[in-house]
Design a binder for this molecule. Sequence first.
Ligand code: ZN
Length: 450
Amino acid sequence: MTITESREQKSGGGGETTIRSVSFVAFDLRFAEPGGVTVPGSGDEPQALLDRGPDGRAQLPGTSLAGALRELVGEERAEAWFGPVLEEGVEARASRIWVLGGRRLDDAPGDVFASTKIDRTRGAAHDSTLRREEVLPAGARFRVFLRWDDASPAEVEELTGLIAGWRPLIGRGVSRGRGRCVAEDVRHGTLLLSEPDDLLRWLTLSGPDLVAAVAVELVASGGAGADADVLFRVPVSIAGPWRIGTGEKPPKGSREPIPLRRLGGKTVVPGSSVKGLLRSRAEFILRSVGVSPSPCLEASCGECWPCRVFGYGGGQDSGASSVGERAAVRVADAVVADPVDAERTHIAIDRFTGGVLDGALYTTKVLEGGTFPVAVGRLAIDEDTEREVRAVLRLVLEDLNDRIIGMGGGTTRGYGSVRVDFEAATGLPSLDEARNELARMVRRSADDGS
Ligand SMILES: [Zn+2]
């Protein structure tokens, strides 16, 4: 008889009296990046809205947390502790560990991010694919509570030890720099119901108060380094006018300059833009050397190298479900250090006559300098693919440094030049090593195809 079955039978007649001990685990999940669990919006709303509780506050549903915890503990323990994977909604009942949900600790409002899908043939953004999604800002914090009946002290120690080093990815968009969380302030405690004091607390307190009163034993942090999942990182500096906007246009007739993408008062290079740029140039390089299967045009085949590495599925830059965008790597948002702010005025040219449109002057905010890191992290990736990613993206970065491609908006007008500081890079091969690896990829793909 499994644990699940015995619990179900006991619960028929006052099951709680058969429990000998109740352990509670409590910890904070802090979003180190913007993120959150979302639901589809409708009408004029953003396409993705934060999942909210009855009190209107953003919430992390127990099912999302339970799924992430299962991944943390591994398949074998997941089955023993959380029960077998059943249909959605049944899982919580069959679990020994109850995920009591996450309580929001801060009040920061959600941000609405707009992003555009990169057109793979032109390397430019499609206006028609503007998507808006609501996300929690980095720094959002939730207190998560777990209850575990009749757990052995060794089991509690094992679980809390794992949680103390936990840096889960929660919600959607994880491959474009969303959802990295850090577990902090991990505490646990156990009530022995044969002890009168413990029994009294069990009977007189409830909910978060009970957990807070019991789970007081602090677990030392596992201290997983922030860079534990980084494949490579390289500093990039802005050389000349540069802009990544929000994708949204100012109201007609507005004299306000078109803003840069900013977050918490800082100019931010969105992971989705960098990922789109790396991908479109990687596709070009792989096509030109004749790797097979040739990179698809729609980023949707799931077979070609860019699909396997960067993800695939309809609207993968922004609108896809977490299943559709399954990717091997991720690119996080980066903050621009030492930004040199400026404004530039442009004249809108009538593309049909080549004349200047009457009064069509507009001003944009730009950066003339500043530095930021391009960092690519691992999701699910094997050793061979890791080596290939480092090589192919080293060649993409070479093209970026040589100004063959630019970054951000206005590249056809000379915007978006950057310098890539290869000397200060970590995790990148030399140019020769990268070319050799690319040659091996071509040979391997030819062998596979014959
Ligand atoms: Zn493909």
